[in-house]
Design a protein. Structure first.
Lengths: 225, 225
DNA sequence: GCATTCTTTAATGTATACGCAAATAAATGC
DNA sequence: GCATTTATTTGCGTATACATTAAAGAATGC
């Protein structure tokens, strides 16, 4: 583990991984500025790999490099949320459609089925953290089954941008019972090889989730996360 | 012009711009490898800004950095084409829908209308280069009107990845007469504020364009561009 | 000749140095 | 006191140096 860390990964790669983690966890809070030299010292390396890592994270939309002002951790506004969910809706629906077209066997759909089971258990136990984790797995696996690497990359990027917000939104949203039903329907459509149904049902699911999220963000006046 | 170049742009930014241009123009051919030091000498700067630029272009999917093998200009396979067109179809349709919802005035739709006019003229003159340029403008402006910056960025990225292929495909495809009709229908739907029509018609347009492209790529055995 | 080991070469990853320009602080004039 | 100019600081952009290590080439044994 530590070997992997020191031996096979370059400092730049470690910096990408660690900075990303620090941003997602909130250790580097949204809206805060950080000098390259500070980050370098924190991660125990020189400015060079820090700059390279920051460049990559900038193109992933997690931060912004502003000359003399340091690296700024980008906040996510409710407008940003709308943009991101619009994209996730389209691309995940496409993935659902393609997954249904691919004609996967039950074996190949095991992970997807498992994620739904986990969500059910989590709801039973009213464990929101566990539910969110399983939900993430479902969406990630769905996109993987879609078989489009670029869609996978884009969805991962968008997910990263909103992940930080989840900590806030997770506990002010209603218990996601309906969500699980939706997942089951989508799963069935994929399993039965019905692309149009998979696509449309997943699209509906996403649109509703988005509307719900926007409502609660507005209600709680959460404009920047 | 040259002032802009030297004074306001950093070397890294120039490198991004110039390398991108060299890739799109084919001066740096798909599949070829280039040492960082070579590129540095070519652009008259040190390796540092070259590396930074390469990192950015790597995350835009134009090249790949492989230790000791140099920077590799990524070829685009027909599978890649399918991935990219799938994404463009979804995101542009979304943009068309949102543009129609936005209720733009005729003034605001002037650029879009202009691009269609240019395409008509180009077809009249059988000037494929001019047509392609106007077509690009149409799609770009459509996405801009969609009002989602992230969609804009993603579409631009995907367009870059296939632009190189255009030089090849442009002259083996049928004269894009049908394409222009489609554009007009989409434009009208946007102008009249009919989101569903705009979305569906643009989607149809894209799906057909994609099918046509895939057919000719297959016919001509063009698997890597 | 062919495989194998040892050298050598060379490209990268990273640290470091430094000039420049922007931001801040200080000083000067009014 | 306030505005304006002049120092000063400081963070970045970029060049450069260097250690590391993969790959190519040479040499050796069989």
């Amino acid at each position: 583990m530590k070997d992997q860390d020191a031996k096979t990964l370059s400092n730049t790669q470690r910096a990408v991984r660690d900075l990303r983690q620090m941003i997602l966890s909130g250790e580097l809070a949204a809206g805060t500025d950080h000098l390259e030299s500070e980050l370098a010292e924190t991660l125990g390396m020189s400015r060079t790999p820090i700059r390279e890592a920051a460049l990559m994270l900038e193109s992933k939309g997690l931060l912004e490099m502003r000359p003399r002002k340091g690296v700024r951790i980008l906040p996510v506004s409710s407008d940003d949320m709308r943009e991101i969910y619009d994209i996730l809706t389209e691309l995940e629906s496409l993935a659902a459609q393609r997954a249904a077209q691919a004609g996967y066997s039950d074996d190949e759909l095991e992970v997807l089925a498992g994620s739904i089971a986990k969500m059910d258990q989590a709801i039973e136990a009213e464990d929101l953290e566990a539910w969110a984790e399983a939900d993430e797995l479902f969406h990630q696996e769905l996109v993987r089954l879609g078989g489009n690497k670029r869609v996978e990359a884009i969805v991962a990027m968008m997910s990263d941008q909103v992940r930080r917000a989840r900590a806030t939104t997770l506990f002010i949203r209603p218990l996601p019972v309906k969500s699980n039903e939706d997942h089951r329907v989508v799963f069935q459509a994929i399993s039965e090889g019905r692309p149009d149904v998979a696509r449309e049902r997943h699209r509906e699911h996403r649109l509703q989730a988005q509307a719900m999220l926007c409502r609660i963000l507005e209600k709680h006046r959460l404009n920047s996360l």
